[in-house]
Design a protein around this ligand. Structure first.
Ligand SMILES: *Cc1c(COP(=O)(O)O)cnc(C)c1O
Length: 360
C-alpha cells in the first residue's frame, strides 16, 4: 500500500498515524465491543471521547475558561449565518474585512441580517494582500468585526491582527486553526470547518466568549442559536460523533508532535522552502505580498499556462495529487496543512524543479 501526497485544500490529508489508530480501533473501541460510529452520543464511552477531545483542544490552543468550545455540524458556511443571527442584533451593524472569496461569502450572508460595513478590502489589488491595519475604517456601532485570517483560495494570510478595541473580533479560521499558537483572548468568536486542518468533514469547531452567547433574536432558529449548543454541551442534537472522535485523535497526535509551537516551526519551514522554490525559478510565480503569504495554501502559476495539464498529469504520476488551483484563480495550489509531511513538500519542490528544467 502506498499513500500519495495529497495537496487538496479540503477535505485534506489526515496524519497516517491517526488513520491507522482509527483502523485499529474500528471494530472494537477500547473493549466496548463496538465502533465509535455505533455508540450513543450520550453513553459513557462517547462522553469520554468527547470530553478528552475538548480538553486536548483547549490545551493545544490554551483556551481560557471564559470561552466555550462547541463541536457542531453545518460547516463554516453555517457560521456565516450563525454569527450575524446571534450578534448583529446588538447594534444592527457589523464590520467585515474583504480579503477574498471566503470573506465575500461571509459578507453576502451577513447582509441578510443587518448593515454590513466593509471596513477594509484588498479587492483593488486582486486580493494579493491584507489591507494595512492603519487604513481600516471601523464603526463604533459595529456589533463585531469579521475577518478571514487565511483565505484558502487566494493563499492570503493575516500577519498580525487589527486593534478593534472593545468590539469583538470574529475569525473564520477554517484553513489556519492549529497551524501555530494563537492568543484566543484576542477573539470573540473563532470558527472553523474541520476538514482542512482538524479532521474529517462534518464537524465545525466554534470557540466563543461567554458574554457573546445569548443575544440572538427570538426568530433565530434554535439550532442556530449558540445558547442551544452551549446549554446542550454540543449535544442538543446528535453531534457528528465519528468526526469528533477522529478530531480527538488528531489533537493527541499534535500533542505528541510537541503542540502548536512545534507545528508552527515545521509549517513555517515547509511554506518558506516552497515559496523559495517558486521565487527562485522564473518558470513559476506567486503574486501575494510576502508578509501575507499563507503557510497553509500556496497558489502558484506556471509562466506558460499551456503546460498546466502536463504539469498536473506528471505530478499525479509522481504521487503528488490535487494540485489544480481553484477554478476562480486557475494555476496550481498546494495545500500543506499540518498533516502534509515535510517530505511531501520536498517531493513537490523536486518535481517542480525537474518539470521546469525539462520544459524550459
Ligand atoms: C472551506 C472554507 C469554508 C467553507 O467551509 P464549509 O465547512 O465547507 O462550510 C469557509 N471558510 C474558509 C476560510 C474555508 O477555507
Amino acid at each position: 500500500m502506498s499513500r500519495i501526497y495529497n495537496f487538496s485544500a479540503g477535505p485534506a490529508m489526515l496524519p497516517t498515524a491517526v488513520i491507522e489508530k482509527a483502523q485499529q480501533e474500528m471494530l472494537d473501541w477500547h473493549g466496548s465491543g463496538m465502533s465509535v460510529m455505533e455508540m450513543s452520543h450520550r453513553g459513557k464511552e462517547f462522553m469520554e471521547i468527547a470530553t478528552t477531545a475538548e480538553q486536548d483542544l483547549r490545551d493545544l490552543l490554551k483556551v481560557p475558561d471564559n470561552y466555550k468550545v462547541l463541536f457542531l455540524q453545518g460547516g463554516a458556511s453555517s457560521q456565516f449565518a450563525m454569527v450575524p443571527l446571534n450578534l448583529m442584533g446588538r447594534t444592527g451593524e457589523a464590520d467585515y474585512c474583504n480579503t477574498g472569496s471566503w470573506s465575500k461569502k461571509a459578507i453576502a450572508e451577513g447582509k441578510r441580517y443587518g448593515t454590513v460595513n466593509i471596513c477594509a478590502s484588498s479587492e483593488q489589488d486582486s486580493f494579493t494582500s491584507v489591507p494595512e491595519f492603519n487604513d481600516w475604517v471601523l464603526s463604533d456601532k459595529a456589533a463585531y468585526v469579521h475577518i478571514t485570517p487565511n483565505e484558502t483560495i487566494g493563499g492570503v494570510e493575516f500577519d498580525g491582527l487589527p486593534d478593534t478595541g472593545d468590539i469583538p473580533l470574529v475569525a473564520d479560521m477554517s484553513s489556519t486553526i492549529l497551524s501555530r499558537p494563537i492568543n484566543v483572548s484576542d477573539f470573540g468568536i473563532i470558527y472553523a470547518g474541520a476538514q482542512k486542518n482538524v479532521g474529517p468533514a462534518g464537524l465545525t469547531i466554534v470557540i466563543i466568549r461567554d458574554d457573546l452567547v445569548g443575544d440572538a433574536a427570538d426568530s433565530c432558529p434554535s439550532m442556530f442559536n449558540y445558547v442551544t449548543h452551549v446549554e446542550g454541551e454540543s449535544m442538543a442534537n446528535t453531534p457528528p460523533t465519528y468526526s469528533w472522535y477522529l478530531a480527538g485523535l488528531v489533537f493527541q497526535w499534535l500533542k505528541e508532535k510537541g503542540g502548536l509551537d512545534a507545528m508552527a516551526e515545521i509549517n513555517q519551514r515547509k511554506a518558506a522552502k516552497l515559496y523559495d522554490a517558486i521565487d527562485n525559478n522564473e518558470f513559476y510565480s506567486n503574486p501575494v505580498k510576502k508578509e501575507n503569504r499563507s503557510w497553509m495554501n500556496v497558489p502558484f502559476i506556471l509562466k506558460n499556462a499551456d503546460l498546466d495539464p502536463a504539469f498536473l498529469a506528471e505530478a499525479k504520476q509522481a504521487g503528488l495529487a490535487t494540485l489544480k488551483g481553484h477554478r476562480s484563480v486557475g494555476g496550481m495550489r498546494a495545500s500543506i496543512y499540518n498533516a502534509m509531511p515535510e517530505e511531501g513538500v520536498d517531493a513537490l519542490i523536486q518535481f517542480m524543479n525537474d518539470f521546469a528544467s525539462r520544459n524550459s
